[in-house]
Write a protein that binds this ligand. Structure first.
Ligand code: URA
Length: 248
């Protein structure tokens, strides 16, 4: 199975997904006769294509060889894995987006964690957003057992707790309901939020990522995704430490 997850796509969606232009602008490009599929000009934006087709715009191939760098925000549903491929055959975040570009998830969420995950074909950006030295904040909403969570417990989480792999860095922790915390961390260790909460006696019942650096989950429905615009991508490029935008 290829990067489409075996799906067919309408030509306009295919071009939009490949970063050629927005969906609307791609429809225009097609109607203008600038797009060929397997060597034949196609004027219908709804024409179905799959990964076996050779698609060109103005004679240039579109797809895996495209140099267009794109970033998608996806609201990951529970049960979907955030690897590019899963040996157990579970659905992947990459297959949810489909399209011709080879996208990679930016970091990982556990299979049962929901919420905001980014996918990109820009390796430098993915590195900046995931390497601990850049300290890009991620905020999680955790519903926990044994509420209400008391003030001293919140303070312990804020100060950092001693886990098997070392003490966690100071975190921002806000109690939004008796049993619900919003926890902002920048380290991204494996199962970090769940382990932090467990350590202070509150097992996590459900976990959702609601913010990644400057980006909010917003209105995306579970399984929904959207391509980020240039302004959002440039905000991501300067997120975290070490950027001139963040020097004080
Ligand atoms: N912390 C966790 O425990 N799980 C995730 O998926 C992300 C952060």
């Amino acid at each position: 199975m290829g990067v489409y997850g075996g799906r067919t796509l309408r030509l306009a969606k295919f071009l939009a997904g490949a970063g050629v232009a927005s969906r609307r602008a791609s429809e225009e490009i097609i109607r203008d006769g600038r797009v060929s599929v397997d060597g034949e000009v196609v004027y219908d934006p709804a024409h179905d294509v799959d990964e076996t087709r050779a698609v060109t715009v103005d004679g240039k191939p579109v797809g895996e060889h495209s140099t267009q760098l794109v970033v998608y925000a996806l609201n990951k549903p529970a049960g979907v894995v955030s690897t590019a491929k899963d040996p157990q055959g579970r659905p992947t975040v990459v297959a949810l987006i489909g399209g011709p570009l080879r996208l990679y998830p930016v970091g990982r969420l556990d299979a049962d964690t929901t919420g905001l995950i980014l996918l990109t074909n820009d390796g430098d950006l993915a590195h900046r957003l995931t390497h601990p030295k850049f300290e890009v904040d991620k905020t999680y909403r955790a519903v926990v057992r044994n509420g209400p969570v008391k003030g001293p417990t919140l303070d312990m989480l804020r100060a950092g707790v001693q886990l098997d792999d070392g003490k966690t860095a100071p975190a921002r922790v806000v109690r939004v309901k008796q049993d619900t915390l919003e926890i902002t961390i920048h380290e991204g260790r494996k199962r970090q939020v769940k382990r932090m909460c467990e350590h202070v006696g509150h097992r996590v019942v459900s976990l959702q990522r609601i913010r990644f650096g400057p980006l909010q989950l917003g209105e995306l429905k579970p399984g929904g995704y959207r391509r980020l615009n240039e302004r959002e991508i440039s905000l991501l490029r300067t997120a975290g430490r070490g950027s001139s935008a963040n020097r004080t």
